[in-house]
Ligand binder design. Structure first.
Ligand code: COI
Length: 361
């Protein structure tokens, strides 16, 4: 199946990056710091979506009273376009992102963007900026679709106008740089609570993670791990990725989707690939004490983070105020390495896409 971007007609950028400029920008880009020549956009007003198009990337003029600037009525997504050896470009499970953005929008009382519009916007942008899709293994074009409230109003109520924007960034690894990342277990600060917005992909959840993420960094760690807000006892997710735990008996576990955890698409894909290989992943409550004691005793042999940006990143160390533990030998373990290879082989077209996860653009 090939996606059409026809619903988002192109207004070409009159001053695109030259090939030399683009090549320099695409050499080992910092995640999310480099943007392509165009962006996709649409607007919601009068009760429907319109004004669809792909236009030159430029600042978005906004009234200082725009609702999103005050009360953060916003949702976003993250997905990647991969270049295969034959030059063709493919999106990985984009329909799941489209559906998740509808769920997130519902929680933020925002209008849903139809799945077909989401897919067409992504396809049109990738087609317009296809020369920005990297060829290097491990690199991809990261798409960032988002919806935001644009009504000029300081009333705390849903906006009556919204913008859809999709940007594209050539990216490599989000973190880890090949080795294991150190994780800081946040005590006292939480990301989400029951009935809150934890399972929606909204900027506010990430805003809540900034201070604990900064503390992680101050303590020499690359990522923060959040515990549940009710009991400060069960592991939930990292600052922007889900967590997988490999036990000494070879079984794999991951925190269940309790309503406070983002239902990750990489999480689901990794669970599917492991189940296919006869290693079903148990979704359950996992106490931080189980992880701490398990890592110390060897009953837990591997931890890894999974996400669109993070792909599969091994966790080499676990730290908090009162402990510091090396996970296994501190490097990538066999289960994480295996599933990373399986997943990326599908994404880059090196193996059969038996699940039909790729859509060509
Ligand atoms: C993603 O993995 O796409 C995310 O949105 C997470 C963010 C930390 C980049």
């Amino acid at each position: 199946r090939t996606l059409s971007g026809d619903a988002f007609p192109l207004t070409p950028n009159p001053h695109p990056a030259t090939d030399t400029e683009r090549a320099a920008l695409m050499t080992d880009p910092v995640f999310g710091k480099v943007f392509t020549d165009h962006m996709a956009r649409a607007t919601w007003s009068g009760g429907s979506w319109g004004d669809r198009g792909v236009v030159p990337l430029e600042p978005i003029p906004m009234h200082p009273g725009a609702a999103v600037l005050h009360y953060s009525q916003q949702v976003f997504e993250g997905l990647k376009a991969y270049r295969h050896a034959d030059g063709s470009i493919h999106l990985f499970r984009p329909t799941m992102n489209a559906e998740r953005m509808i769920d997130s929008a519902y929680r933020l009382a925002m209008p849903p963007l139809p799945v077909d519009d989401f897919l067409a916007a992504c396809a049109a942008l990738v087609q317009a900026d296809q020369r920005w899709v990297p060829e290097a293994d491990g690199a991809a074009l990261y798409l960032r679709p988002y919806l935001m409230a644009t009504e000029t109003s300081l009333l705390v109520q849903p906006s009556d106008t919204y913008d859809l924007v999709v940007t594209a960034s050539p990216v490599g690894a989000y973190m880890g740089g090949g080795g294991g990342v150190s994780i800081w277990v946040s005590r006292g600060y939480h990301r989400a609570n029951d009935g809150g917005t934890g399972e929606a992909k909204t900027g506010g959840n990430y805003a809540a993670s900034m201070l604990p993420q900064q503390q992680a960094k101050e303590n020499g760690c690359g990522q923060v791990l959040f515990l549940d807000a009710k009991e400060d006892r069960y592991v939930e997710e990292l600052g922007g990725m889900n967590l997988m735990v490999v036990l000494g008996d070879g079984s794999v576990a991951t925190p269940r989707l309790s309503g406070t955890i983002l239902p990750g698409i990489t999480r689901d894909s990794v669970m599917t690939l492991l189940a296919d290989a006869g290693r079903p992943v148990r979704e359950r409550d996992i106490e931080i004490d189980e992880i701490r004691e398990g890592v110390a005793s060897g009953a837990i042999v591997e931890l890894f983070a999974v996400g669109t940006a993070a792909v599969v990143t091994p966790i080499g160390e676990l730290r908090s105020d009162d402990f510091a533990l090396t996970v296994g030998d501190g490097k990538a373990g066999p289960v994480g390495s295996w599933v990373k290879k399986e997943l990326t082989d599908i994404q880059y077209g090196r193996t059969a896409d038996d699940h039909g996860w790729l859509i060509r653009v």
